[in-house]
Design a binder for this molecule. Structure first.
Ligand SMILES: C[S@@+](CC[C@H](N)C(=O)[O-])C[C@H]1O[C@@H](n2cnc3c(N)ncnc32)[C@H](O)[C@@H]1O
Length: 413
């Protein structure tokens, strides 16, 4: 390892495996998130066209203390899905923690590989149908080399879920990283650096942008590992949407979805028709870049990617055999939350947008249980006097409204 920053990075994750977790908490809750939620992988990567019975072999690259590994392996186990989740990281301390979490849940579908992402090509590992790389590429000496290494083990028709830092929502982070490099340089022992960072944070004046940035909380809630990762990281670079798109493109991939899609659509909050004339003239990346630069609150980007030109068609919302599923909530519970005016107020990182739902939203959502097909829901409502046309129109409108907030998806067939 000739790169001093990379050596310091390796030492960081030995001292402070990330994120900070206690295996005993597995008895209390499952940490879920994006990327790599099984329902998102089925929907966004495979377009809800890859049969649930086909084994899924997943790689969690730079798996750290195991959040994505545990989530995906547990969701597969609960759903009776065959396949393996391979955790790969070069941190032995992270392996120990991730292993303890997997053991605490009694999961038998996880394998552990202690290695570098950069050594994947020619390693004999894979091919993998799905690769997760969350919060890792932006720490590597060469993120593109890292992404290409992941693509080298991607099975035909497979996909990758990425998370990278984004600059605007991290306002204030890099200033304090600069400050700490001066008084707690990377060559000092990790524990000493943490102590100095805590002392500095206590004295940072109210003018510091990080004090005014409510979206970043790792230094407040993430324990010493979170503090180190945020403020003392030997290397982290942030990607705007165009920079991420260029990285993905250079690796032979294309972005299928940025999560949550509505956040990347400037029309979600720009309602002035004169502005919309101009947003309409932009391509998808331009629109996302405009949304990013205007909202200012994005501290990360989550992107589901597939090989260029290889992605399946979009999820088949017009197929009566398709099974709609909510990412987390049960359908009846979401149905009960719809306000009388039929408009959900959806907030992500302080940005709240109105999501207007069609008239039949409540009736449809009450019947969304992850088993009923769209056709069955239509039949049920037809038996109650709802016309086929009204159902088709409102089902499509509901799908449009809730898919873009990453809530209503289609299940694997
Ligand atoms: C910020 S943590 C992210 C952990 C996990 N993916 C998550 O999101 O919770 C970054 C992880 O990447 C790992 N890592 C960094 N460089 C790596 C490399 N070249 N090969 C494998 N793992 C690496 C670190 O050891 C660390 O566990």
């Amino acid at each position: 390892m000739s790169d001093p920053a990379d050596a310091a990075l390796a030492a960081q994750y030995e001292a402070y495996p990330y994120p900070q977790r206690d295996p005993r908490d597995e008895a209390k809750r499952l940490v879920v998130g994006s990327p790599s939620h099984l329902r998102e992988v089925d929907h966004w990567i495979f377009g809800a066209r890859r049969a649930a019975a086909v084994p899924l072999n997943a790689l969690i690259a730079g798996g750290g203390s195991g959040d994505a590994t545990v989530m995906l392996a547990q969701q597969m186990a609960w759903a009776g899905r065959a396949g393996t989740v391979t955790w790969l990281d070069r941190s032995a301390a992270a392996r120990k923690l991730a292993g303890a979490r997997v053991a605490a849940r009694g999961l038998g579908n996880v394998t552990f590989v202690e290695a570098s992402i950069l050594d994947l090509p020619g390693s004999g590992l894979g091919p993998f149908d799905y690769v997760d790389c969350c919060g890792v590429l932006h720490h590597l000496p060469d993120p593109l080399a890292g992404l290409r290494a992941l693509v080298s083990v991607l099975a035909p028709g497979g996909g990758i879920g990425l998370m990278v830092y984004a600059p605007h929502g991290r306002t204030g982070v890099y200033m304090l990283q600069d400050a700490l490099r001066l008084i707690a340089p990377p060559d000092r022992p990790p524990a000493e650096r943490v102590e100095i960072a805590k002392r500095l944070w206590r004295q940072v004046p109210e003018t510091a942008w990080l004090r005014r940035n409510p979206w970043i909380t790792d230094h407040l809630k993430g324990g010493d590992a979170g503090l180190y990762d945020l403020l003392l990281n030997p290397r982290d670079v942030a990607f705007t949407v165009p920079a991420l798109a260029a990285l993905v493109d250079a690796a032979g991939l294309e972005i299928r979805c940025l999560v949550e899609p509505f956040r990347y659509d400037p029309d979600s909050f720009l309602t002035d028709p004169r502005l919309r004339e101009r947003t309409a003239a932009l391509d998808a990346i331009g629109r996302a870049a405009l949304a990013e630069a205007t909202a200012g609150n994005m501290g990360i980007h989550i992107a589901y990617c597939v090989r260029k030109g290889e992605g399946p068609p979009p999820p088949p919302w017009d197929d009566p055999a398709a099974v709609p599923v909510l990412r987390e909530l049960e359908g009846p519970r979401l149905a009960a939350q719809i306000p009388p005016d039929g408009v959900l107020r959806v907030g992500f990182d302080g940005l709240t947008v109105p999501v207007a739902l069609p008239r039949l939203a409540q009736a449809i959502l009450t019947r969304v249980d992850g088993r009923r097909r769209i056709g069955e829901i239509g039949d049920d409502l037809a038996a109650r006097g709802v016309s086929r046309e009204a159902f088709a129109r409102d089902m499509a409108a509901l799908a449009r409204a809730l898919e873009r907030i990453n809530r209503l998806l289609l299940a694997a067939p």
